[in-house]
Design a binder for this molecule. Structure first.
Ligand SMILES: Cc1ncc(COP(=O)(O)O)c(C=O)c1O
Length: 419
Protein backbone atom coordinates (compact mmCIF):
# COMPACT_ATOMS: atom_id res chain seq x y z
CA UNK A 1 0.00 0.00 0.00
CA UNK A 2 1.52 3.42 -0.95
CA UNK A 3 1.73 5.91 1.93
CA UNK A 4 -1.38 7.90 2.76
CA UNK A 5 0.32 11.18 1.82
CA UNK A 6 1.25 10.05 -1.71
CA UNK A 7 -2.36 9.17 -2.57
CA UNK A 8 -4.82 11.62 -4.04
CA UNK A 9 -7.95 12.51 -2.04
CA UNK A 10 -10.25 10.30 -4.17
CA UNK A 11 -8.08 7.28 -3.35
CA UNK A 12 -7.25 8.24 0.21
CA UNK A 13 -10.90 8.61 1.19
CA UNK A 14 -11.40 4.93 0.29
CA UNK A 15 -8.11 3.39 1.44
CA UNK A 16 -7.16 5.44 4.52
CA UNK A 17 -7.15 3.33 7.72
CA UNK A 18 -8.09 0.18 5.80
CA UNK A 19 -6.66 -2.87 7.53
CA UNK A 20 -8.10 -6.09 6.00
CA UNK A 21 -5.18 -8.09 7.42
CA UNK A 22 -6.51 -7.34 10.90
CA UNK A 23 -10.12 -8.00 9.93
CA UNK A 24 -9.88 -11.65 8.79
CA UNK A 25 -9.58 -10.34 5.22
CA UNK A 26 -12.80 -8.33 5.41
CA UNK A 27 -12.62 -5.24 3.20
CA UNK A 28 -14.96 -3.22 5.41
CA UNK A 29 -14.19 -2.57 9.08
CA UNK A 30 -16.35 -5.09 11.00
CA UNK A 31 -19.01 -3.81 13.40
CA UNK A 32 -17.64 -4.56 16.83
CA UNK A 33 -20.93 -4.82 18.71
CA UNK A 34 -19.76 -5.45 22.25
CA UNK A 35 -20.11 -3.31 25.35
CA UNK A 36 -16.94 -4.64 26.92
CA UNK A 37 -13.75 -6.53 26.06
CA UNK A 38 -12.14 -9.55 27.75
CA UNK A 39 -8.67 -9.16 29.20
CA UNK A 40 -6.36 -12.15 29.54
CA UNK A 41 -4.88 -11.12 32.89
CA UNK A 42 -5.50 -8.63 35.68
CA UNK A 43 -2.10 -7.15 34.84
CA UNK A 44 -3.23 -6.53 31.24
CA UNK A 45 -6.41 -4.68 32.26
CA UNK A 46 -4.47 -2.61 34.77
CA UNK A 47 -1.90 -1.65 32.09
CA UNK A 48 -4.68 -0.71 29.71
CA UNK A 49 -6.33 1.51 32.31
CA UNK A 50 -2.89 3.01 32.87
CA UNK A 51 -2.69 3.93 29.17
CA UNK A 52 0.21 1.52 28.50
CA UNK A 53 -1.71 -0.40 25.83
CA UNK A 54 -4.28 0.70 23.27
CA UNK A 55 -6.49 -2.32 23.94
CA UNK A 56 -10.20 -1.71 24.30
CA UNK A 57 -11.93 -1.81 27.68
CA UNK A 58 -15.53 -0.66 27.39
CA UNK A 59 -17.56 0.86 24.53
CA UNK A 60 -18.07 4.21 26.24
CA UNK A 61 -14.27 4.62 26.26
CA UNK A 62 -13.23 3.20 22.88
CA UNK A 63 -14.45 0.71 20.31
CA UNK A 64 -12.61 -1.02 17.42
CA UNK A 65 -15.06 0.14 14.71
CA UNK A 66 -15.12 3.69 16.04
CA UNK A 67 -11.32 3.66 16.12
CA UNK A 68 -11.14 2.94 12.37
CA UNK A 69 -13.40 5.94 11.67
CA UNK A 70 -11.23 8.07 13.97
CA UNK A 71 -8.06 7.07 12.13
CA UNK A 72 -9.66 7.61 8.75
CA UNK A 73 -11.03 11.07 9.55
CA UNK A 74 -7.76 12.11 11.15
CA UNK A 75 -5.87 11.10 7.99
CA UNK A 76 -8.39 12.88 5.73
CA UNK A 77 -8.21 16.14 7.71
CA UNK A 78 -4.45 15.96 8.24
CA UNK A 79 -4.80 15.67 12.01
CA UNK A 80 -2.88 13.70 14.62
CA UNK A 81 -5.85 11.99 16.25
CA UNK A 82 -9.62 12.01 16.58
CA UNK A 83 -12.48 10.95 18.83
CA UNK A 84 -15.81 9.86 17.32
CA UNK A 85 -18.97 10.80 19.22
CA UNK A 86 -22.71 10.22 19.08
CA UNK A 87 -23.62 13.40 17.19
CA UNK A 88 -22.21 16.63 15.83
CA UNK A 89 -23.56 18.42 18.90
CA UNK A 90 -21.78 15.97 21.21
CA UNK A 91 -18.54 16.74 19.35
CA UNK A 92 -19.07 20.52 19.56
CA UNK A 93 -19.98 20.36 23.27
CA UNK A 94 -16.96 18.25 24.21
CA UNK A 95 -14.54 20.17 21.96
CA UNK A 96 -15.52 23.46 23.65
CA UNK A 97 -15.98 22.23 27.22
CA UNK A 98 -12.44 20.85 27.26
CA UNK A 99 -11.22 24.46 26.99
CA UNK A 100 -13.68 26.22 29.28
CA UNK A 101 -14.23 26.86 32.95
CA UNK A 102 -16.75 29.14 34.67
CA UNK A 103 -15.82 32.77 33.99
CA UNK A 104 -14.17 32.04 30.62
CA UNK A 105 -15.12 33.53 27.29
CA UNK A 106 -14.67 32.57 23.65
CA UNK A 107 -15.18 34.43 20.39
CA UNK A 108 -17.26 32.91 17.62
CA UNK A 109 -18.74 33.85 14.29
CA UNK A 110 -22.48 34.48 14.54
CA UNK A 111 -23.22 32.30 11.53
CA UNK A 112 -23.88 29.13 13.47
CA UNK A 113 -26.00 26.02 13.21
CA UNK A 114 -29.14 26.43 15.35
CA UNK A 115 -28.23 24.06 18.22
CA UNK A 116 -24.67 25.39 18.30
CA UNK A 117 -26.11 28.87 18.79
CA UNK A 118 -28.39 27.67 21.61
CA UNK A 119 -25.50 25.84 23.28
CA UNK A 120 -23.19 28.85 23.04
CA UNK A 121 -25.59 31.70 23.77
CA UNK A 122 -27.99 30.10 26.26
CA UNK A 123 -26.67 26.86 27.77
CA UNK A 124 -23.04 27.86 28.36
CA UNK A 125 -24.27 31.15 29.82
CA UNK A 126 -25.93 29.24 32.70
CA UNK A 127 -22.49 27.90 33.63
CA UNK A 128 -20.89 31.35 33.65
CA UNK A 129 -19.32 31.03 30.18
CA UNK A 130 -19.72 33.87 27.68
CA UNK A 131 -19.74 33.45 23.91
CA UNK A 132 -18.76 36.73 22.21
CA UNK A 133 -20.60 36.57 18.90
CA UNK A 134 -19.31 38.66 16.00
CA UNK A 135 -20.06 38.79 12.28
CA UNK A 136 -18.35 35.60 11.00
CA UNK A 137 -16.52 37.22 8.11
CA UNK A 138 -15.56 40.38 10.03
CA UNK A 139 -12.11 39.41 11.26
CA UNK A 140 -11.43 42.86 12.72
CA UNK A 141 -14.49 42.46 14.95
CA UNK A 142 -13.29 38.99 15.82
CA UNK A 143 -9.92 40.30 16.92
CA UNK A 144 -11.45 43.21 18.86
CA UNK A 145 -13.62 40.81 20.88
CA UNK A 146 -10.57 38.94 22.23
CA UNK A 147 -9.65 39.68 25.86
CA UNK A 148 -7.80 38.03 28.77
CA UNK A 149 -10.68 35.67 29.43
CA UNK A 150 -10.88 34.38 25.83
CA UNK A 151 -9.99 30.69 25.50
CA UNK A 152 -10.55 30.01 21.78
CA UNK A 153 -11.96 31.23 18.47
CA UNK A 154 -14.76 29.22 16.83
CA UNK A 155 -15.96 29.38 13.20
CA UNK A 156 -17.97 27.32 10.69
CA UNK A 157 -16.20 26.86 7.33
CA UNK A 158 -19.50 27.53 5.57
CA UNK A 159 -22.06 28.98 7.99
CA UNK A 160 -25.36 27.13 8.24
CA UNK A 161 -27.71 28.50 6.91
CA UNK A 162 -26.20 31.93 6.11
CA UNK A 163 -23.58 30.32 3.82
CA UNK A 164 -20.88 32.87 4.55
CA UNK A 165 -17.26 31.76 4.33
CA UNK A 166 -14.75 33.27 6.78
CA UNK A 167 -11.09 33.47 5.81
CA UNK A 168 -9.69 30.63 7.93
CA UNK A 169 -5.98 31.28 7.30
CA UNK A 170 -6.38 34.88 8.46
CA UNK A 171 -8.55 33.84 11.44
CA UNK A 172 -5.89 31.29 12.49
CA UNK A 173 -3.21 33.99 12.28
CA UNK A 174 -5.25 36.31 14.52
CA UNK A 175 -5.97 33.49 16.98
CA UNK A 176 -2.30 32.49 17.19
CA UNK A 177 -1.12 36.09 17.59
CA UNK A 178 -3.22 36.12 20.76
CA UNK A 179 -2.06 32.66 21.91
CA UNK A 180 -5.46 31.11 21.17
CA UNK A 181 -6.50 28.01 19.21
CA UNK A 182 -8.92 28.14 16.28
CA UNK A 183 -11.71 25.54 16.30
CA UNK A 184 -13.55 24.99 13.02
CA UNK A 185 -16.82 23.18 12.29
CA UNK A 186 -16.08 21.81 8.82
CA UNK A 187 -19.42 20.00 8.36
CA UNK A 188 -20.68 21.82 5.26
CA UNK A 189 -17.34 21.84 3.42
CA UNK A 190 -15.96 18.37 4.35
CA UNK A 191 -12.22 17.63 3.87
CA UNK A 192 -12.95 17.27 0.13
CA UNK A 193 -13.41 21.05 -0.22
CA UNK A 194 -11.38 22.35 2.68
CA UNK A 195 -8.91 21.09 5.27
CA UNK A 196 -8.83 23.79 7.99
CA UNK A 197 -5.81 22.26 9.78
CA UNK A 198 -3.72 22.91 6.65
CA UNK A 199 -4.81 26.57 6.86
CA UNK A 200 -3.63 26.92 10.44
CA UNK A 201 -6.70 25.85 12.42
CA UNK A 202 -6.00 23.71 15.48
CA UNK A 203 -9.12 21.62 15.89
CA UNK A 204 -11.69 20.42 13.35
CA UNK A 205 -15.18 19.29 14.28
CA UNK A 206 -17.76 17.52 12.14
CA UNK A 207 -21.30 16.43 12.27
CA UNK A 208 -20.69 13.16 10.40
CA UNK A 209 -24.50 12.91 10.07
CA UNK A 210 -24.37 15.13 6.97
CA UNK A 211 -22.16 14.89 3.87
CA UNK A 212 -19.64 12.45 5.39
CA UNK A 213 -22.22 9.72 5.87
CA UNK A 214 -24.27 11.07 2.97
CA UNK A 215 -27.27 8.77 3.27
CA UNK A 216 -29.24 10.29 6.14
CA UNK A 217 -28.92 7.01 8.03
CA UNK A 218 -26.59 7.62 11.00
CA UNK A 219 -25.97 10.44 13.43
CA UNK A 220 -22.42 11.07 14.54
CA UNK A 221 -19.76 13.63 15.30
CA UNK A 222 -16.00 13.77 15.50
CA UNK A 223 -13.30 15.99 17.01
CA UNK A 224 -9.94 16.01 15.19
CA UNK A 225 -6.83 17.41 16.84
CA UNK A 226 -4.11 19.03 14.71
CA UNK A 227 -1.70 18.36 17.59
CA UNK A 228 0.36 21.54 17.04
CA UNK A 229 -1.01 24.03 19.54
CA UNK A 230 1.08 25.09 22.52
CA UNK A 231 -1.21 24.87 25.58
CA UNK A 232 0.52 27.39 27.80
CA UNK A 233 0.15 27.14 31.58
CA UNK A 234 -1.16 30.68 32.13
CA UNK A 235 -4.19 30.42 29.91
CA UNK A 236 -4.82 26.66 30.18
CA UNK A 237 -3.75 25.82 33.76
CA UNK A 238 -5.59 22.47 33.90
CA UNK A 239 -3.81 21.01 30.84
CA UNK A 240 -0.65 19.80 32.60
CA UNK A 241 -1.74 16.21 33.43
CA UNK A 242 -2.87 15.76 29.82
CA UNK A 243 0.39 17.21 28.47
CA UNK A 244 2.32 14.84 30.75
CA UNK A 245 0.31 11.91 29.49
CA UNK A 246 -0.06 12.63 25.78
CA UNK A 247 2.28 15.46 24.81
CA UNK A 248 1.08 16.98 21.51
CA UNK A 249 -2.26 15.17 21.82
CA UNK A 250 -3.00 16.68 25.24
CA UNK A 251 -6.12 18.46 23.98
CA UNK A 252 -7.62 15.33 22.43
CA UNK A 253 -6.84 13.38 25.60
CA UNK A 254 -8.67 16.05 27.62
CA UNK A 255 -11.66 15.99 25.26
CA UNK A 256 -11.76 12.19 25.53
CA UNK A 257 -10.79 11.53 29.14
CA UNK A 258 -12.49 14.46 30.83
CA UNK A 259 -15.61 14.97 28.70
CA UNK A 260 -16.43 12.27 26.15
CA UNK A 261 -16.06 9.42 28.64
CA UNK A 262 -17.79 11.16 31.52
CA UNK A 263 -20.57 12.82 29.55
CA UNK A 264 -21.15 9.42 27.92
CA UNK A 265 -21.30 10.74 24.36
CA UNK A 266 -20.57 7.26 22.95
CA UNK A 267 -20.77 6.63 19.23
CA UNK A 268 -22.63 3.45 18.22
CA UNK A 269 -20.25 1.25 16.17
CA UNK A 270 -23.04 0.65 13.64
CA UNK A 271 -23.10 4.42 13.01
CA UNK A 272 -19.34 4.51 12.47
CA UNK A 273 -19.68 1.58 10.07
CA UNK A 274 -22.44 3.32 8.10
CA UNK A 275 -20.43 6.55 8.07
CA UNK A 276 -17.42 4.73 6.62
CA UNK A 277 -19.54 3.17 3.88
CA UNK A 278 -20.68 6.72 3.10
CA UNK A 279 -17.09 8.01 3.17
CA UNK A 280 -16.08 5.61 0.39
CA UNK A 281 -18.12 7.76 -2.02
CA UNK A 282 -17.49 11.17 -0.40
CA UNK A 283 -15.24 12.48 -3.18
CA UNK A 284 -17.54 11.58 -6.05
CA UNK A 285 -20.61 12.67 -4.11
CA UNK A 286 -19.00 16.04 -3.31
CA UNK A 287 -18.13 16.51 -6.99
CA UNK A 288 -21.72 15.83 -7.87
CA UNK A 289 -23.27 17.90 -5.03
CA UNK A 290 -21.20 20.88 -6.02
CA UNK A 291 -21.90 20.53 -9.76
CA UNK A 292 -25.62 20.08 -9.13
CA UNK A 293 -25.77 22.94 -6.62
CA UNK A 294 -24.07 25.28 -9.11
CA UNK A 295 -26.58 24.32 -11.79
CA UNK A 296 -29.54 24.67 -9.40
CA UNK A 297 -28.26 28.07 -8.17
CA UNK A 298 -27.90 29.32 -11.76
CA UNK A 299 -31.38 28.04 -12.55
CA UNK A 300 -32.95 29.58 -9.43
CA UNK A 301 -31.34 33.00 -9.82
CA UNK A 302 -33.22 33.50 -13.11
CA UNK A 303 -36.60 32.74 -11.57
CA UNK A 304 -38.75 35.84 -10.91
CA UNK A 305 -40.38 34.22 -7.84
CA UNK A 306 -37.09 34.48 -5.92
CA UNK A 307 -36.48 37.72 -4.04
CA UNK A 308 -32.84 36.84 -3.32
CA UNK A 309 -30.42 33.92 -3.49
CA UNK A 310 -27.14 33.13 -1.76
CA UNK A 311 -24.72 30.40 -2.80
CA UNK A 312 -20.95 30.85 -2.38
CA UNK A 313 -20.50 29.69 -5.99
CA UNK A 314 -22.39 32.70 -7.38
CA UNK A 315 -20.11 35.64 -8.18
CA UNK A 316 -22.55 38.01 -6.48
CA UNK A 317 -22.28 36.10 -3.17
CA UNK A 318 -20.36 38.20 -0.61
CA UNK A 319 -18.25 35.10 0.22
CA UNK A 320 -17.46 34.10 -3.38
CA UNK A 321 -13.85 35.33 -3.45
CA UNK A 322 -12.93 33.71 -0.13
CA UNK A 323 -14.63 30.49 -1.20
CA UNK A 324 -12.69 30.39 -4.49
CA UNK A 325 -9.42 30.79 -2.60
CA UNK A 326 -10.26 28.49 0.28
CA UNK A 327 -11.88 25.63 -1.63
CA UNK A 328 -9.11 25.39 -4.19
CA UNK A 329 -11.45 25.63 -7.19
CA UNK A 330 -13.14 22.36 -6.22
CA UNK A 331 -16.62 23.85 -5.90
CA UNK A 332 -18.74 25.52 -3.25
CA UNK A 333 -20.68 22.82 -1.44
CA UNK A 334 -24.23 21.55 -1.75
CA UNK A 335 -26.30 24.05 0.24
CA UNK A 336 -28.19 27.02 -1.21
CA UNK A 337 -30.29 29.67 0.59
CA UNK A 338 -32.96 31.71 -1.16
CA UNK A 339 -35.94 33.93 -0.47
CA UNK A 340 -39.55 33.79 -1.65
CA UNK A 341 -42.14 36.50 -1.07
CA UNK A 342 -43.16 35.54 2.48
CA UNK A 343 -43.74 32.60 4.82
CA UNK A 344 -47.05 31.68 3.16
CA UNK A 345 -45.33 31.50 -0.23
CA UNK A 346 -42.53 29.38 1.26
CA UNK A 347 -45.06 26.93 2.71
CA UNK A 348 -46.88 26.67 -0.65
CA UNK A 349 -43.60 26.14 -2.46
CA UNK A 350 -42.57 23.34 -0.08
CA UNK A 351 -45.98 21.66 -0.14
CA UNK A 352 -46.02 21.60 -3.95
CA UNK A 353 -42.64 19.88 -4.35
CA UNK A 354 -42.99 16.30 -5.55
CA UNK A 355 -39.44 14.97 -5.71
CA UNK A 356 -37.49 17.07 -3.23
CA UNK A 357 -37.90 15.97 0.39
CA UNK A 358 -39.03 18.36 3.10
CA UNK A 359 -37.15 17.50 6.28
CA UNK A 360 -34.64 18.72 8.88
CA UNK A 361 -31.29 17.52 7.59
CA UNK A 362 -28.68 18.28 4.95
CA UNK A 363 -25.91 16.51 3.07
CA UNK A 364 -28.06 13.57 1.97
CA UNK A 365 -27.92 11.97 -1.52
CA UNK A 366 -31.48 13.23 -1.87
CA UNK A 367 -32.35 16.89 -2.39
CA UNK A 368 -33.90 18.44 0.73
CA UNK A 369 -35.58 21.71 1.67
CA UNK A 370 -36.64 23.36 4.91
CA UNK A 371 -38.16 26.66 6.06
CA UNK A 372 -35.88 27.31 9.06
CA UNK A 373 -37.85 30.27 10.48
CA UNK A 374 -40.96 28.18 11.21
CA UNK A 375 -39.16 24.96 12.17
CA UNK A 376 -35.69 24.85 13.75
CA UNK A 377 -35.88 28.52 14.80
CA UNK A 378 -39.59 28.51 15.75
CA UNK A 379 -38.97 29.24 19.42
CA UNK A 380 -36.28 31.89 18.83
CA UNK A 381 -37.07 35.53 19.72
CA UNK A 382 -37.51 37.70 16.62
CA UNK A 383 -34.44 39.84 17.28
CA UNK A 384 -32.24 36.72 17.54
CA UNK A 385 -33.66 35.38 14.27
CA UNK A 386 -32.79 38.71 12.61
CA UNK A 387 -29.30 38.66 14.10
CA UNK A 388 -28.78 35.17 12.65
CA UNK A 389 -30.35 36.14 9.28
CA UNK A 390 -33.21 33.69 9.80
CA UNK A 391 -35.90 35.58 7.95
CA UNK A 392 -39.46 34.36 7.35
CA UNK A 393 -38.85 34.29 3.57
CA UNK A 394 -35.81 31.96 3.76
CA UNK A 395 -35.70 28.48 2.21
CA UNK A 396 -32.60 26.36 2.79
CA UNK A 397 -31.97 23.74 0.16
CA UNK A 398 -29.48 20.88 0.34
CA UNK A 399 -28.94 19.78 -3.25
CA UNK A 400 -28.67 16.02 -3.74
CA UNK A 401 -26.97 13.89 -6.36
CA UNK A 402 -30.03 13.14 -8.48
CA UNK A 403 -30.10 14.29 -12.14
CA UNK A 404 -29.95 18.08 -11.95
CA UNK A 405 -32.62 18.32 -14.66
CA UNK A 406 -35.06 16.45 -12.40
CA UNK A 407 -34.23 18.67 -9.43
CA UNK A 408 -34.74 21.82 -11.52
CA UNK A 409 -37.97 20.48 -13.02
CA UNK A 410 -39.38 19.84 -9.55
CA UNK A 411 -38.36 23.35 -8.44
CA UNK A 412 -39.85 24.86 -11.60
CA UNK A 413 -43.14 22.99 -11.14
CA UNK A 414 -43.49 24.26 -7.61
CA UNK A 415 -42.39 27.83 -8.42
CA UNK A 416 -44.86 27.92 -11.34
CA UNK A 417 -47.65 27.04 -8.93
CA UNK A 418 -46.98 30.19 -6.87
CA UNK A 419 -48.22 32.60 -9.52
C1 LIG B 1 -22.83 22.92 10.68
C2 LIG B 1 -23.44 21.92 11.63
N1 LIG B 1 -22.75 21.59 12.74
C3 LIG B 1 -23.26 20.72 13.64
C4 LIG B 1 -24.50 20.15 13.47
C5 LIG B 1 -25.03 19.22 14.51
O1 LIG B 1 -24.92 17.91 14.08
P1 LIG B 1 -25.78 16.70 14.64
O2 LIG B 1 -27.19 16.88 14.15
O3 LIG B 1 -25.10 15.49 14.10
O4 LIG B 1 -25.71 16.77 16.13
C6 LIG B 1 -25.24 20.47 12.33
C7 LIG B 1 -26.58 19.87 12.12
O5 LIG B 1 -27.30 20.23 11.21
C8 LIG B 1 -24.70 21.38 11.39
O6 LIG B 1 -25.35 21.74 10.28
Amino acid sequence: MPSNKSLRFHTRVIHAAQSPENWDGATIAPISQTASHLHPTAENLSSTFGGKTTDHIYMRLTNPTNRVLEEKMSLLEGGKGAVAMSSGMAAITNACMALLRAGDEFVCGNSLFMSTYVLFANVFKKYGITAQLVESTDLEALESAINDKTRFIYLETIGNPKLDVPDLARAAEIAHNHGLPLLVDNTLATPYLCRPLEMGADVVIHSTTKFLSGHGDATGGIVIDGGNFNWNKERYPDFQPFIDRKGPLAYLDKVWREHHINFGTTQAPLHSYLTMIGLDTLAIRMERYTQNAMQVANFLKERPELTWINYPGLEESPSHQTAVKQFDGKGFGGVIAFGLRDQKTCFKFIDNLQLIYHLANLGDCKSLVIHPYSSQYLSFPEDTRQELSITSDLIRMSVGIEASEDICEDLARSLDSLS
